[in-house]
Design a protein around this ligand. Structure first.
Ligand SMILES: Cc1cc2nc3c(=O)[nH]c(=O)nc-3n(C[C@H](O)[C@H](O)[C@H](O)COP(=O)(O)O)c2cc1C
Length: 327
């Protein structure tokens, strides 16, 4: 009998496939659809720092947000009036009507008053909070060390505020990635979600305008989180969850093999419909059957680098092997 039960952030999930924070997780009926399709859990649409600080009018001034995936749904549909109240109602409703874990999501760039809302979220029964720290290191006056300090200061304050598990969703722009994640672990952050998919610009060469690139990922984008989870999951005890480019059951299996505790799906479910989740979970179970694994822990992390004492050497050797064969 194949058991897909997974432990992520100390929560028990019926399977490791989460629906990631997006328009698919912003309303109760959509959350029900995620559960009915077999989601192992849901990460709610983010509540934005700007919504909490009620500064959205000035935020909108002169800013073209189309295609900015995170903010897109919010500005398109949600509106900013009573956004916080609506969000808290969503958590309450989700906790009453779903049996899978409900992970709330906060999206922020600074610490500030929004951190107090974590308490409210906790009181309403959210099982955990994923914090999307949307800090783009584009300020020429801010050093890497200063930016890292900002990340850690925000997460430290949150950790002091709430007891529920916390995950941090980050982008790939760190020169000291391994150390940064270890610092989150030191702060007793329970999980790290790799990697945020930032807004990508494109150029319309006829109109000579900057336009948003596609908001949905392609499967190849998964390589980045696969690499980092393989490198670090064996060495660090923090839970890893993977996002970006996970489009099918094969991708789910790959992420689990390198050590992810959970995976998050978004673009593929937008494209194929939420029902596709049923296929993904079914195919995961079939793969396990084929390989005679009766539980996720039987194979999770089998391909992480924990056996290698020196991941840098492993990584370098893989790189050389790949390049030497190409002429
Ligand atoms: C329409 C849309 C809305 C999104 N909204 C949020 C959000 O509110 N908060 C967040 O952390 N990520 C948000 N994301 C990012 C997704 O959670 C996910 O990390 C990203 O799309 C990469 O995963 P994928 O390749 O499976 O799409 C959004 C993505 C899309 C396409």
């Amino acid at each position: 009998m194949t058991d897909l039960t997974t432990n992520y952030l100390g929560l028990t999930l019926p399977n490791p496939v989460l629906v990631s924070s997006s328009g698919m997780t912003e309303k109760l009926d959509k959350l029900k659809a995620c559960e009915d399709a077999g989601a192992g859990g849901v990460v709610l649409k983010s509540l934005f720092e700007e919504q909490i600080s009620a500064d959205t009018d000035s935020l909108m001034d002169g800013v073209d947000l189309m295609g900015h995936t995170d903010a897109f749904d919010f500005f398109k549909g949600m509106g900013h009036h009573h956004a916080v109240e609506k969000y808290l109602e969503l958590i309450e409703g989700a906790k009453k009507s779903l049996s899978i874990p409900v992970i709330a999501s906060l999206n922020a760039v600074n610490d500030g008053a929004w951190i107090d809302y974590a308490n409210k979220i906790e009181k309403l029964g959210a099982d955990a909070i994923e914090v999307n720290l949307f800090i783009i290191p584009a300020n020429v006056d801010e050093t890497g060390a200063e930016i890292e300090k900002r990340y850690l200061s925000i997460m430290k304050k949150l950790r002091e505020k709430v007891q529920i598990p916390l995950a941090v969703k980050i982008g790939p722009h760190f020169s000291g990635m391994a150390n940064m994640i270890r610092e989150f672990q030191r702060l007793k952050i329970n999980g790290v979600t790799l990697f945020n998919r930032f807004y990508r610009p494109d150029v319309d060469i006829e109109r000579m305008k900057i336009i948003p690139a596609k908001i949905f990922s392609v499967a190849e984008e998964m390589a980045l989180s696969l690499q980092w989870i393989a490198l670090l999951s064996g060495e660090l005890s923090i839970d890893f969850s993977a996002t970006t480019g996970i489009h099918d059951a094969k991708a789910v299996v790959k992420q689990l093999l390198v050590g992810a505790k959970a995976v998050q799906m978004c673009s593929s479910l937008y494209k194929n419909g939420i029902e596709y989740l049923t296929t993904v979970v079914k195919e995961l179970a079939e793969w396990m059957d084929r390989h005679q694994f009766s539980s996720i822990e039987d194979f999770r992390g089998k391909l992480s680098q924990e056996q290698s004492m020196t991941p840098q050497v492993y990584e370098r050797s893989q790189y050389i092997k790949a390049l030497v064969g190409i002429s």
